[in-house]
Design a protein. Structure first.
Length: 161
């Protein structure tokens, strides 16, 4: 377990040493198992680890790699069912320029998905075994009030939210 600055263990995290610091232990283990593969796409991303291989993507689902790499050529690309914008910024700007009211990923869907994902951060702050009760419309934790300090940034003095 990794000790936080408060000295309390935080989940199952542990610190890496040297040039590998800030990388999750699983990535370090996979680098050792697949030394010839490129498993580094920047500061963050997602690893899907299965019995037949690994899928690694960058932060926003870009730069997908399948490890071992030879599986990349064996795996057909998924059919293009949804629009695939270059990135979220280009998608937004193209929608504005075209006078569209929606982007490839509608905001009402994307915001709810983001809210759900960020609840994981609150769960980590709550600690192992704690249940986080969430009131979505009010954007408040109802049972562990101290977590609400992490929900929104404080408003600077002299300004209104």
């Amino acid at each position: 377990m990794n000790e936080t600055t408060t000295g309390k263990p935080q989940g199952n995290l542990r610190a890496a040493q040297g040039d590998d610091r800030n990388l999750p232990p699983l990535l370090l283990e996979l680098r050792a198992k697949y030394p010839d593969e490129e498993l580094d796409g920047g500061d963050s991303g997602t690893l899907y680890v299965g019995e037949k291989g690994i899928i690694y993507t960058g932060t926003y689902g870009n730069r997908m790699h399948i490890v071992p790499y030879e599986k990349m050529n064996e795996t057909p690309a998924p059919p293009k069912i949804l629009p695939r914008p270059q990135n979220v910024f280009t998608d937004f700007l193209e929608a504005v320029r075209a006078g569209k009211t929606e982007t490839a990923v509608p905001f009402d869907y994307g915001t709810r998905l983001t809210e759900f994902a960020l609840l994981g951060n609150l769960a980590m702050k709550a600690g192992k075994g704690q249940k986080v009760m969430w009131n979505g419309p009010k954007m408040r934790v109802t049972n562990l009030k101290e977590l609400n300090a992490w929900v929104k940034r404080p408003v600077r003095r002299g300004w209104k939210a």
